[in-house]
Design a protein around this ligand. Structure first.
Ligand code: FAD
Ligand code: SIN
Length: 562
C-alpha cells in the first residue's frame, strides 16, 4: 500500500564528494531539553559537538512547556510512589528499567539545573526551598515549576546558557536536517551523520555518533499544542535510515487547550486543575466525578475521552474550566502567562468560564532505544520525544517528559562521547545517492498538509475505529504516491524546499501511526478503539516494532509480569 514511502531512503539525491563536508565527534539534531542536555554531557566528556536546530533555538516544545518537571525531592515522597504512578498511567507497556532510571536519576538532574542558574519557583521551608504542585495521575505534589507557568522557557534558557558556555559545542540554528546518512561498506549499516541545509547550503555532516533529539509530532494533527517545528522529522528520518520504531500508535492528547474559534490551541496547563480548577459542561454541570474517582486529576487519556463524551452528550463544541472559586488573584499570580493570554480574549477568569477542548500534545511512540539511548542502528542515539525509551508505556504521566529529556539526554550524551573517543569510524567520503525523476503530477503541498492534519484529527485522534483507520491509510497511501516520489531541491526551491521535506516526513509518520493504530485491536492508555473498547492483556501486552521496509509493525510480547 505504501510502496513509494517504503522505497524512499533519502529525500534528496546527493553526491557527497561535490558537497561541502563537515566533521564532528557528536552531532546532535535538536535544541530542546533532550538535545541540549545531551550536548552538555558529550562536551563535558571531552568531545566536539555540533548541534542543529531547524528554527531558532527557542522554537521547541521544551520552550513552551508550562506545568513543570516531576521529581522526587521531598522526604515524604518516594521513588516507588513516582514509579507506581508512572507505571499505572503507562497501562502495562512501561519498561521497568527505563522508569527506574528516569525516576532515580531525574532528581539529581533537576538539582543540577539550580547550580546552572535555573530559577524555579520557591517556597521557604520546603526541601531545597522549592515550591511543588500537583498534576493528574500523580499521588504526590512533586512538580517543580518556574515563573508559575513558564517552566519550559526557564529550563530551555538555563540549558542554552550552559551550552553557550561550553567551548566544544557549536550551535547551528535554522539548519534543517534532511536525512541521516548510513552506510555499512557491505557490512551492517551504521549511522555516519546527516545531510542538512546550513546557511542555505546543502552539506554533509560526518559524525562518529549522532543523537536524534528532534522532538515531537503534534503538527500531524489539526488541533495541537505543539509549535510549528513539531513535524516528526526525526521519526521519519530514523525510519528511512532503517532504525526500529516502537509503539507509533501511541499519541497523547492533552485535555485542556483554549477553545476560541480561529485562535491556535494554546495549552492550559494541567497544573490549573492541580490547583483546584473544575471541568464543567455548557450547563455548568461538573462532570468528571462521574467518569473517574480522581475527577479532574484523573490521567490525561481519561479526562480527554470524558470531555469528548460530554461534548457529545451536550451537543456542543467544547466544555469549560472553572476557576472562579479560587481565592481572588490566585489564578493570575500562579499562572501569569495564562492570565495574559485570557486577557487577550477578554476572558476574566474570576467571572468567566474558560472554554477548552482537547488537542494532540505528545508523541509517545518513537525510535526504540536501550537504557543508554542507543537505537537499533549502530551509531545512532535518540532522546526525548523522538525516542521511545519505555518510560511512558501507553500513556505519559504529566511532567515526566522534561524529566526524561534530562535523564536520557545526560546518559546518551556521555555514552556517545565515550564511544566516539574509543572507536575509529570510516567515513565513505564519496557516498552518492540518485533518485529517478517523478513521472506523476504534482499536488498542492499546502493543501495536502491541511487535509492530512484534519484527516488525522478526525480518524486517528482520541477515538479510533477500524474502518476509519483503514480509510485513512488508503487516503494517505494515495497522497504518498504523488508526494513521496518528488524531490524538493534547495538549489531550485530555496527555503520552500523545507515545506516539501516536512510534508514528506509528516506523510511517512501518519502512515506509521494509522497503520499501527489499525493493528492494535484493543484499547490501552492513549489508544482508544471504539470497536475494541477493552484492554486485552491476553493478546496485546505487546509493543509494536517497525523497521523499513516492512509494510506492517511486528508485535513483541513483554516478558515482565504485570
Ligand atoms: P523539543 O523541545 O521539541 O525540541 C526539538 C528540537 O529539534 C528543536 O530544536 C527543533 O528545531 C529540532 N528539530 C526538529 N526537526 C529538525 C530537523 N529536521 N532539523 C534540525 N532540527 C530539527 N512536558 C513536561 O514534562 N512538563 C510540562 O510542563 C510540559 N508542558 C508542555 C507544554 C506544551 C505547550 C507542550 C507542547 C509540551 C509540553 N510538555 C511538557 C512536553 C515537553 O515539553 C516535550 O515533550 C519536550 O520538551 C520534548 O523535548 P525534546 O528535546 O524531545 O524536543
Ligand atoms: C501541562 O502543563 O499540562 C503539560 C504538562 C505535560 O505535558 O507534561
Amino acid at each position: 500500500m505504501f510502496e513509494t514511502l517504503h522505497q524512499r531512503r533519502y529525500l534528496i539525491p546527493f553526491n557527497a564528494a561535490r558537497l561541502p563536508q563537515q566533521f564532528t565527534d557528536v552531532l546532535v539534531i535538536g535544541g530542546g531539553v533532550a538535545g541540549l542536555r545531551s550536548a552538555i554531557a558529550a562536551a563535558d566528556a571531552g568531545v566536539d559537538v555540533l548541534l542543529l536546530t531547524k528554527d531558532t533555538i527557542g522554537e521547541s516544545n521544551t520552550w513552551y512547556a508550562q506545568g513543570g518537571i516531576a521529581a522526587v525531592l521531598q522526604p515524604l515522597d518516594s521513588y516507588q510512589s513516582h514509579v507506581d504512578d508512572t507505571e499505572k498511567a503507562g497501562a502495562g507497556l512501561c519498561d521497568d528499567e527505563a522508569v527506574n532510571i528516569v525516576i532515580k536519576e531525574g532528581p539529581e538532574r533537576v538539582l543540577e539545573l539550580l547550580t546552572w542558574g535555573a530559577k524555579f519557583d520557591k517556597k521557604e521551608g520546603n526541601p531545597h526551598d522549592l515550591a511543588f504542585t500537583m498534576e493528574g495521575g500523580h499521588s504526590f505534589a512533586r512538580i517543580v515549576h518556574a515563573f508559575g507557568d513558564a517552566t519550559g522557557k526557564e529550563l530551555a534558557q538555563t540549558l542554552i546558557n550552559t551550552v553557550r558556555g561550553r567551548e566544544r559545542i557549536r550551535i547551528s540554528e535554522k539548519s534543517f536536517a534532511i536525512d541521516l546518512i548510513s552506510d555499512g561498506g557491505g557490512e551492517r549499516d551504521r549511522c555516519l551523520g546527516a545531510i542538512a541545509v546550513i546557511d542555505g547550503q546543502t552539506q554533509i555532516i560526518w559524525a562518529k555518533r549522532t543523537i536524534l533529539a528532534s522532538g515531537g509530532a503534534g503538527q500531524l494533527y489539526r488541533e495541537s499544542t505543539n509549535p510549528k517545528i513539531a513535524t516528526a522529522d526525526g521519526h521519519a528520518m530514523a525510519f528511512r535510515a532503517g532504525a526500529t520504531l516502537r509503539d507509533m500508535e501511541m499519541v497523547q492528547f492533552h485535555p485542556t487547550t483554549l477553545y476560541v474559534a480561529g485562535a491556535s490551541r494554546a495549552l492550559i496547563t494541567e497544573a490549573v486543575r492541580g490547583e483546584g480548577a473544575l471541568l464543567v459542561d455548557r450547563h455548568g454541570h461538573r462532570f468528571m466525578p462521574a467518569y473517574h474517582e480522581s475527577a479532574e486529576l484523573a490521567p490525561r487519556d481519561v479526562v480527554s475521552r470524558a470531555i469528548i463524551e460530554q461534548i457529545r452528550k451536550t451537543h456542543f463544541t467544547h466544555v469549560y474550566l472553572d476557576v472562579r472559586h479560587l481565592p481572588g488573584g490566585q489564578f493570575r499570580e500562579r499562572f501569569p502567562q495564562l492570565a495574559k493570554l485570557l486577557d487577550e480574549f477578554d476572558i476574566d477568569s474570576s467571572k468567566d468560564l474558560i472554554p477548552i477542548h482537547p488537542a494532540a500534545h505528545y508523541m509517545i511512540g518513537g525510535v526504540d532505544v536501550d537504557p543508554m539511548g542507543r537505537s537499533s542502528l549502530a551509531g545512532l542515539y535518540a532522546v526525548g520525544e523522538a525516542s521511545c525509551s519505555g518510560l511512558h508505556g501507553a500513556n505519559r504521566l504529566g511532567s515526566n517528559s522534561l524529566l526524561e529529556g534530562l535523564a536520557f539526554g545526560a546518559r546518551a550524551g556521555l555514552d556517545a562521547a565515550q564511544a566516539a573517543q574509543s572507536e575509529a569510524v570510516h567515513f565513505p567520503l564519496k557516498l552518492e545517492h540518485k533518485i529517478p525523476a517523478s513521472t506523476k503530477t504534482e499536488l498542492d503541498i499546502t493543501d495536502v498538509k491541511s487535509s492530512l492534519r484534519s484527516l488525522m484529527w478526525r480518524n486517528v485522534g482520541i477515538e479510533r475505529a477500524g474502518a476509519h483507520l483503514e480509510e485513512t491509510r488508503e487516503i494517505i497511501a494515495f497522497w504518498t504516491r504523488y508526494v513521496m516520489d518528488k524531490t524538493f531541491l534547495p538549489a531550485t526551491l530555496g527555503e520552500a524546499a523545507t515545506a516539501g521535506w516536512e510534508i514528506q516526513n509528516m506523510l511517512t509518520v501518519c502512515a506509521l501511526i494509522s497503520t499501527a493504530a489499525h493493528a492494535r485491536t484493543e484499547s490501552r492508555g492513549v489508544h482508544f478503539r471504539t470497536d475494541y473498547p477493552r484492554r486485552d492483556d491476553a493478546h496485546w501486552r505487546m509493543h509494536l516494532l517497525w523497521q523499513r521496509p516492512l509494510e506492517t509493525p511486528i508485535p513483541q510480547p513483554i516478558a515482565a509480569p504485570l
